[in-house]
Design a protein around this ligand. Structure first.
Ligand code: HEC
Ligand code: HEC
Length: 457
């Protein structure tokens, strides 16, 4: 049935292309050209992702076990020191031979859904509001204790602790569920020489104080994209971006070069991921109707099932919160740092190329990736397709997330007013839920059909 939908979609596409082209008369979307990528081995990439030493420093193993106890679920099978620690951490051997535990990519790029761990699904329950994990006071306590009691363990933990101390207090978001990774990257860069990656205790470039919140994009989209990140500004060799967490603890660029040699495999793994299928019954007749509406109203930007156009959509066309992309122009320090850095050199360089707007992402597996837009400001597809149905202040249950299969997204409660860190407040700078009104002109029935179609992607 899915095949049938795809085929009828392609047939209609030719007509739709003519119909919708007037949308783009004055201001044009900008296609992103492809960059050459390294090839690799997906299985090796997965192993490296969940056991590899892209961070070579962290909390000494026995202290980690004391503080965090046993693993919180048997989600992935790993051996040795990793056998009974939680999936979002990896035990690695530090340069001096000590075993330490470091956070891995799954901190932000995996989430439990219906008691299953979905690797590649952005973690939309992450909590950057209290900074508990990297609380600098705790870090100093651990540091002092280790220095006194176990100098070798201290040595192994030192690169991790110094970074945690320097950036931990500056990663606070206003609400739970949004991510501070962009600011983390900028902060780490500000402490490192771009060419040697040498750590400097003082910040060497001025970066703005505010944390711009973002959602975490699903990994299975990457294989279609020519530019990484919401801004599509990640160009050139993707492996260089994938390894960027290495900046947290790396000692020098020789170590980075060693880590980089694995990221062709990690890319191959990410490219092998498929979105999880919608788990409930889909009304095929309604979905087919929705497929036609999609072709007329959405496909020009988001692509057809078989062909993705890789378009950057200028701000006047998409109209969503602009703080994220504007910051690359108002504060070009990070982009400049990156383009002068080790990442931008060698035989497979990467570079950042900002744009005033966002990439129109592929919509594969869109049903499971709520909340929506680059800042996670809209809790359900219903709201994406009808700007009047978007709640201004809303909360959801983070401890027992409940899924709404009708509106498609997280069940939420509309709040009268903002309050605390559990109520998403769309009045805040960077947290706006406006723009992208492409579904507003549709009827209720058409939107319902369109949502049914989106479940099939
Ligand atoms: C602290 C949370 C965090 C960690 C840890 C993290 N990421 Fe991300 N990642 C993000 C966020 C947030 C974005 C989106 C940023 C943006 O586009 O502005 C992102 C974007 C990406 C993208 C781009 C996807 C796309 O479609 O453009 C890839 C791929 C990716 N990360 C891979 C990784 C890998 C591999 C690791 C581990 C080596 C990792 N990330 C570690 C938070 C994180
Ligand atoms: C003019 C181009 C354009 C058109 C037409 C368009 N979109 Fe989008 N869409 C975008 C852009 C750009 C974004 C990213 C906005 C952001 O994150 O701030 C987006 C985001 C989305 C998202 C959220 C993606 C996510 O991962 O959070 C969904 C869902 C979506 N669009 C569905 C649709 C549907 C359905 C239609 C047709 C009714 C449509 N769009 C029409 C450009 C477009």
């Amino acid at each position: 049935m899915k095949k049938f939908l795809v085929l009828s979609g392609i047939g209609l596409m030719c007509i739709a292309f003519r119909d919708t082209i007037h949308l783009f008369d004055d201001i044009q979307p900008v296609p992103i050209p492809a960059s050459p990528q390294r090839s690799g081995n997906a299985e090796k990439g997965y192993q490296y992702l969940v056991t590899g030493d892209y961070l070579k420093s962290g909390i000494p193993y026995n202290y980690f076990k004391l503080a965090y106890g046993k693993a919180n679920g048997e989600f992935i099978k790993r051996d040795g020191f990793n056998a009974d620690i939680s999936y979002e951490y990896t035990a690695v051997k530090a340069s001096n031979g000590e075993i330490v535990v470091a956070p891995n990519c799954l901190q932000c790029h995996a989430q439990v859904f219906d008691d299953k761990l979905i690797i590649g699904l952005g973690n939309s329950t992450v909590d950057f509001t209290s900074g508990q994990k990297l609380n600098p006071q705790n870090v100093v306590r651990v540091e002092n204790f280790l220095k006194k009691t176990d100098p070798k363990k201290y040595e192994a933990a030192e690169p991790f602790l110094r970074a945690a101390k320097a950036v931990g207090a500056q990663l606070h978001t206003q609400v739970r569920g949004v991510n501070a990774a962009d600011r983390l990257a900028a902060l780490l860069a500000s402490h490192r020489d771009p060419e040697t990656f040498r750590w400097n205790p003082q910040q060497m470039m001025d970066i703005p104080d505010n944390v711009i919140p973002s959602d975490v994009p699903a990994w299975w989209l990457l294989k279609k994209k020519h530019g990484m990140f919401y801004n599509g500004f990640g160009r050139g060799d993707f492996g260089k971006f994938l390894m960027a967490s290495n900046l947290l603890t790396v000692n020098d660029t020789a170590e980075s070069a060693e880590v980089d040699r694995h990221f062709n495999d990690v890319l191959a793994y990410l490219n092998s991921l498929e979105p999880p299928p919608y788990p409930r019954q889909i009304d095929q007749r309604l979905a087919e109707e929705g497929g036609i509406i999609y072709i007329h109203n959405c496909a020009k930007c988001h692509g057809k099932p078989v062909e993705y156009p890789n378009l950057l959509i200028p701000e006047s066309m998409v109209g969503t919160d602009s703080l994220l992309y504007k910051s690359n122009y108002q504060n070009p320090q990070f982009v400049d740092w990156f383009n002068r850095s080790w990442f931008a050199q060698g035989d497979h360089p990467a570079r950042l190329q900002p744009f005033n707007g966002y990439i129109a992402p592929p919509l594969d597996g869109i049903w499971i990736t709520a909340p929506y837009f680059h800042n996670g400001s809209v809790p359900s597809l219903e709201g994406v397709l009808n700007s009047k149905a978007r709640p201004r202040y809303w909360s959801r249950n983070f401890d027992n997330p409940a899924f709404d299969y009708d509106k498609v997204g997280w069940k939420y409660t509309v709040q009268e007013k903002p309050g605390g860190t559990t109520v998403y407040n769309t009045d805040l700078p960077g947290y706006g839920n406006y723009g992208h009104k492409f579904g507003d002109r549709l009827t209720e029935r058409q939107r319902k059909a369109l949502i049914e179609y989106l479940k099939t992607l």
